[in-house]
Design a protein around this ligand. Structure first.
Ligand code: SF4
Length: 338
């Protein structure tokens, strides 16, 4: 199904949420049925060499405690994910040069040798050779969110980084045969409604296997502490429009949704998302992976993150799936604009 620019704009403004959300859910059920795929996420370091103005992990934030997991701790968490029955592990960190490329390749290879599990990486911008090394070691998927398609706002929010380089990373990953994922932060300071329309169109043109979005949430320990939060309702509309335009993409209902709104992840599932990523980062450090306030703060302390996710999926009217949940979109037609 196609939507014109005008229709996207009108839906983003809230012209007819009931119709938009129902259509997104209908398409999601046509493709995936009631299934919600699970990805076990492990955030194994909260060090970052970058200094993004919105992020609690930025290198100039000296107020947070930093941690890194050892290789054996990483393997132990991977085993916990496998034992839970989940078929995808997601490794996420800030951009932390502490772990060598080979060390990470060895971890991927050890996991792929030992377990029948998909490995998704979200380790930021790297060289093509590094992506190749990790792909050769067995990595299946890579997530790298563009965050904004307004180049001025992007370079303001992510000083010292270059939008075109990040986009180039997606091209490399695609060439190397990864399933690729990208997305945006809804309400990044400076971004307008027109920027979101552009982002939706650009992301759709990439034919991504995975699309992620979450609202901007102001972090008190960052230069964007006094900026206005992104709209939760607008983010739901982005989910729904992305589902309509990208029926085959895996779309996670992100933890930022939960931080922005009570039962936000559940609402994300009801407007087109089909993936939940429970955290397997050890509890003693989980709250330190504090990209935005509320991230990884357990809403129900009597349950672990997995049990809370399983209950929520059923309550939302869907079915838990422990399958790998590869994207039905077999090959991306992504091409970088010259
Ligand atoms: S957004 Fe990512 S790259 Fe930027 S400071 Fe945070 S962890 Fe680092």
């Amino acid at each position: 199904m196609n939507l014109s620019d005008r229709e996207i704009r009108e839906y983003l403004k809230g012209k007819d949420d009931a119709k938009l959300f129902a259509e997104a859910d209908r398409i999601r059920r046509d493709i995936f049925g009631k299934d919600v795929f699970l990805r076990g996420i492990l955030e194994f370091s909260n060090y970052c060499k970058q200094n993004c103005l919105y992020c609690g992990l930025r290198r100039d934030n000296h107020e947070i405690l930093r941690y890194r997991l050892s290789n054996s701790e990483i393997m132990k968490c991977a085993e916990e994910i496998v034992n839970s029955g989940i078929s995808t592990i997601v490794f996420q960190t800030g951009e932390d040069p502490y772990y060598s490329d080979n060390e990470i390749a060895n971890i991927i290879s050890a996991i792929k040798t030992k377990y029948n599990i998909a490995v998704t990486l979200s380790l930021g911008e790297r060289k093509r050779e590094t992506y190749k090394l990790w792909r050769d070691a067995g990595a299946d998927r890579y997530l790298i969110r563009m965050e904004s398609f307004n180049l001025k706002n992007y370079s303001n929010a992510r000083p010292g980084t270059i939008w075109q380089n990040r986009r180039k990373c997606l091209e490399y990953l695609d060439e190397l045969g990864y399933e690729i994922g990208s997305g945006i932060m809804v309400g990044l300071p400076g971004d307008t409604l027109e920027d979101i329309v552009t982002a939706i169109k650009e992301l759709t043109s990439m034919h991504l296997h995975m699309i992620g979005a979450g609202p901007f949430i102001a972090h008190p320990q960052t230069p964007f502490s006094n900026k206005k939060n992104g709209s939760f309702d607008m983010t739901l509309r982005v989910y729904a429009i992305m589902r309509i335009l990208n029926p085959l993409a895996n779309i996670p209902s992100t933890s930022a949704m939960e931080s922005a709104h009570l039962r936000g992840r559940m609402k994300g599932l009801q407007v087109g998302a089909n993936v939940i990523m429970p955290s397997f980062t050890p509890k003693r450090i989980r709250e330190l992976y504090n990209i935005y306030p509320g991230k990884n703060v357990q809403d129900d302390i009597d349950k672990d993150d997995l049990q809370a996710a399983l209950d929520m999926i059923v309550k939302a009217g869907y079915k838990v799936s422990f399958a790998r949940g590869d994207s039905p979109l077999k090959s991306s037609k992504f091409k970088v604009q010259s």
